[in-house]
Design a protein around this ligand. Structure first.
Ligand code: ZN
Length: 274
């Protein structure tokens, strides 16, 4: 299949965590990337207004804001706090002209996963009106089951699709991240199902290092692991998705490197393997 074009390359600010937002935006632009996904912590140093100005001036398309969610909680008051933070994230997304907020849906040790999924569904339902009013969509990102204890009770695309079907809102869809779902034997059919529902909102790539040395901070660059990236992209494109291909890598190793050199390597890996 065709190489991924630079016109679809989007980079997450967390991928180059040592760079502040202005330096990241300039570096992505200089690299020839077309889009940027902004992590909320990247907005903190300069504030929303100045960050928004930098993003507009960069000429990059703001693809999404990462991330909010974390709906389940033991107490009602904590669940309300989570909703408030989600509404704040939606406002931040609108302020930086990001059309999408990515949801890491949450899980809490001690809350059964089925109950957590109930709380997640109810939580998303509660913020849909705010998202609709702001013109911001919500992307449910299933996370690898190794995070089912504390980060996400949504571990498969099938579970995300079920929630989307239940909520029946054009504002709710999925964010498909290869790192989390590449192992799933239902991946192709569930991507097709999401495509039929027109609910594939965004697509994240990196690679799965073997062995993986850290459960969170050892993501690989495209081509150095075992994820069949081209195959998954073909399924996604067959399902009708033609949006940005977002490189999202958290890696203690890569954060140690000169970030501009690392970005050159990232671009080559994207062109060769994504
Ligand atoms: Zn992701």
């Amino acid at each position: 299949m065709a190489t991924a074009p630079l016109s679809r390359l989007c980079i997450h600010t967390i991928t180059t965590k040592p760079l502040a937002l202005p330096a990241a935006a300039k570096a992505y632009r200089d690299l020839g990337a077309a889009g940027i996904t902004v992590w909320r912590e990247s907005l903190k140093p300069l504030g929303i207004k100045e960050s928004a100005r930098i993003l507009t001036d960069s000429g990059l398309k703001v693809v999404s804001l990462c991330r909010t969610g974390f709906f389940p909680a033991i107490s009602e008051s904590d669940r309300q706090k989570a909703l408030d933070d989600n509404r704040l994230a939606i406002d931040e997304a609108a302020a930086i002209c990001a059309p999408l907020v990515v949801l890491v849906c949450g899980a809490v040790p001690g809350i059964p996963l089925a109950e957590a999924r109930r709380q997640i569904t109810d939580g998303i339902a509660a913020i849909i009106p705010h998202a609709a009013k702001a013109g911001v969509k919500l992307g449910i990102e299933p996370l690898h089951p190794m995070y089912a204890d504390s980060r996400s009770a949504i571990s498969t695309l099938s579970q995300a699709n079920d929630i989307i079907e239940e909520l029946r809102s054009p504002h709710v869809g999925v964010t498909i991240d290869v790192y989390h779902v590449w192992w799933d034997d239902q991946l192709e059919s569930q991507i097709a199902r999401a495509g039929r529902a027109r609910s594939i909102f965004s697509y994240h790539v990196c690679d799965w290092r073997s062995p993986t040395r850290d459960l969170l901070l050892d993501r690989g660059i495209m081509g150095e692991g075992c994820i069949p990236l081209r195959q998954i992209r073909s399924w996604i494109e067959n399902a009708g998705f033609d949006g940005m291909i977002e490189v999202e890598i958290f890696s203690n190793d890569f954060w140690q490197l000169d970030q501009l050199q690392f970005l050159k390597r990232l671009k080559s890996a994207y062109l060769e393997y994504a």
